[in-house]
Design a protein around this ligand. Structure first.
Ligand SMILES: Cc1cc2nc3c(=O)[nH]c(=O)nc-3n(C[C@H](O)[C@H](O)[C@H](O)COP(=O)(O)O)c2cc1C
Ligand code: SF4
Length: 518
């Protein structure tokens, strides 16, 4: 089943997206022998095509991406999420900047039912760059403005949203009963504002400490959960020291304080970010750490679970988690891996179950480390090295791991990652995965930078437009690494191309070398 988890022979040339039709993509999926659920139809207007045969089931459901979803006392209007994406465009004190406001207005207007706002630091030391957002008492008013701007821009994306909103605001009790029969007096998450009815996406703020990737200033020292990591040390801040148990305990309380502020801003939930090898994510793999937060599984998940307990006890806000289920770094330095870096998912599965028992109901799964092995979590046409596998295989691995996590806690609402590389067909794969029950909501990262209204196009036209799609050139990540404010250099070039030119002046650019380290 997991045969494509094995490393492949390194291709002579990196495989790029070059499919002129869905059929061509399907042929490649079949040739590579990966299983990827695939929905052929995004709207009633599109004809059903033949099944993909073999292991690639075709959905009978036409518009699953429009289907609302219950989450506790909320009804999320559709199955599309904007993933958290740092723009590195805050001010020196962590307040949202001009481009932050622009970005979130665009995301608000996207029509996506779930807006997962980017990593926001819980203290100054934990910022990953000098423009990293940082929520505190002083920046609170600006965060409120950001949130209100995002919500003011939010509009229903589909007829389905209109239907839900009007159902909920009508005096027709039968219609309301349709919804309420399933929801136990739930709210549709849409609000009546004077005479106009406002669409209200579900909103999450991601809270983080950047750990080994902290760099609030060029000479800052980063705190790490594990002092020596032969795989990651060459790729992170060379000035680092081991975070103490006492510091971790104090940090737990900082998450609670910041979550309280997030609630005051208006967010529906906070995400205790536990991915991409930032501090909490690194703690999960702290096999070689001593003390209360290292060694045994119980110790390694302690920090995350303590924060969740404290949040539940002290702040009236939903608690959600974005976590890496696999980072492709060999045990004992990795998480969800064996000695060869292959998936060993017992611990991530256990964590899923523990999160469920703690009352977490929404989880966003991702994989890989964007500094060390970006192809694992962000399949791309161009990257810092030539990956030893086809991007379809990288995406399929991630989606299979997501499926495994869903199976570990079937009641959990699960947001999946892995669709941007597929351009316009990402919507078909997303719909297929939802129909097959691999995940519940499809999250889009780079696609949201490039094409923020893609959800609207899916709902209105039954398709995404190829010439608006992200081309997975990795330049937004590079721009971030160079200390620039980031966004899509290709599709939003008026704003970001000049910033790219400025940031890359006199620099040596990425060379696509074959990766020997991954
Ligand atoms: C520039 C950039 C910034 C990102 N910032 C965050 C972040 O703040 N939090 C997070 O969990 N993931 C972040 N990600 C990862 C994305 O959320 C997403 O997992 C990744 O891009 C893969 O999804 P995609 O293929 O749809 O792009 C970032 C990615 C990029 C390219
Ligand atoms: S710069 Fe634009 S096209 Fe390139 S990867 Fe980023 S979002 Fe996609």
């Amino acid at each position: 089943m997991f045969r494509y988890y094995q490393k492949k022979i390194i291709p002579m040339e990196h495989q790029k997206f070059n499919f002129r039709s869905l059929e061509e993509l399907k042929e490649t999926i079949l040739r590579l022998g990966v299983e990827l659920p695939f929905s052929e139809r995004l709207s009633d207007e599109l004809p059903t095509s033949e099944g993909m045969g073999g292991e690639l089931p075709v959905s009978e459901r036409l518009d699953v991406l429009k289907t609302p979803l219950l989450l506790g006392s909320y009804l999320i209007n559709n199955r599309i999420a904007i993933h958290p994406m740092e723009g590195c465009d805050g001010t020196a004190d962590g307040t949202p900047g001009e481009l932050t406001f622009r970005r979130y207005e665009r995301f608000g207007a996207s029509g996506a039912g779930l807006l997962w706002v980017e990593a926001c630091a819980v203290n100054h030391e934990g910022r990953g760059n000098a423009r990293h957002l940082y929520l505190n008492r002083d920046s609170l008013p600006s965060f409120k403005k950001l949130f209100n701007g995002m919500m003011a821009a939010a509009k229903p994306a589909s007829e389905n949203d209109f239907r839900l909103i009007s159902l909920y605001n009508t005096s027709d009790t039968t219609s309301k009963a349709d919804i309420q029969s399933n929801t136990d007096h739930q709210s549709t998450h849409s609000e009546q504002n004077g005479n106009s009815i406002t669409f209200r996406p579900y909103t999450v703020l991601q809270l983080t400490h950047s750990g080994r990737y902290s760099k609030p200033s060029p000479d800052a020292t980063a705190v790490v959960a594990v002092c020596k990591n032969p795989y990651l040390d060459p790729y992170s801040n060379p000035k680092r020291r081991l975070v103490t148990d006492e510091e971790l305990e104090r940090l737990e309380d900082l998450y609670v304080e910041t979550a309280q502020l997030a609630k005051e801003v208006g967010f529906d939930a906070v995400d205790v970010k536990c991915c991409h090898r930032y501090l909490i994510s690194e703690l999960l793999s702290a096999h070689t750490r001593e003390g209360r937060y290292g060694g045994s599984f119980k110790n390694r998940v302690r920090f995350l679970l303590n924060i969740i307990d404290k949040l539940k006890a002290n702040v009236e806000i939903n608690v959600v988690v974005r976590f890496n289920a696999y980072d492709a770094i060999p045990y004992p330095y990795g998480w969800g891996t064996d000695e060869n870096g292959r998936p060993a998912l017992d611990e991530p599965r256990r964590l899923m179950q523990m999160l469920w028992e703690k009352g977490v109901r929404l989880v966003n799964i991702t994989t890989g480390n964007p500094y060390y092995n970006p192809h694992i979590g962000r399949p791309a046409d161009i990257g810092p090295y030539i990956a030893a596998e086809h991007p379809v295989e990288s995406a399929a691995r991630m989606l299979h791991i997501i499926k495994e996590m869903k199976a570990a806690a079937t009641g959990m609402t699960l947001v999946g990652t892995g669709f941007s590389w597929f351009r316009e067909y990402g919507a078909n794969i997303a719909a297929g995965c939802i129909e097959k029950g691999w995940l519940d909501i499809a999250g889009f990262g780079r696609q949201s930078f490039a094409y923020p209204d893609f959800a609207r196009d899916i709902f209105a036209n039954g398709a995404m437009s190829r010439n608006k799609c992200c081309v997975t050139c990795t330049k937004c990540t590079e721009l971030m690494r160079f200390g620039g404010q980031t966004g899509c250099i290709v599709r939003d070039s008026k704003i970001y191309l000049p910033l790219w030119r400025e940031a890359t002046k006199g620099r040596t650019m990425m060379s696509a070398k074959i990766a020997h380290h991954v």
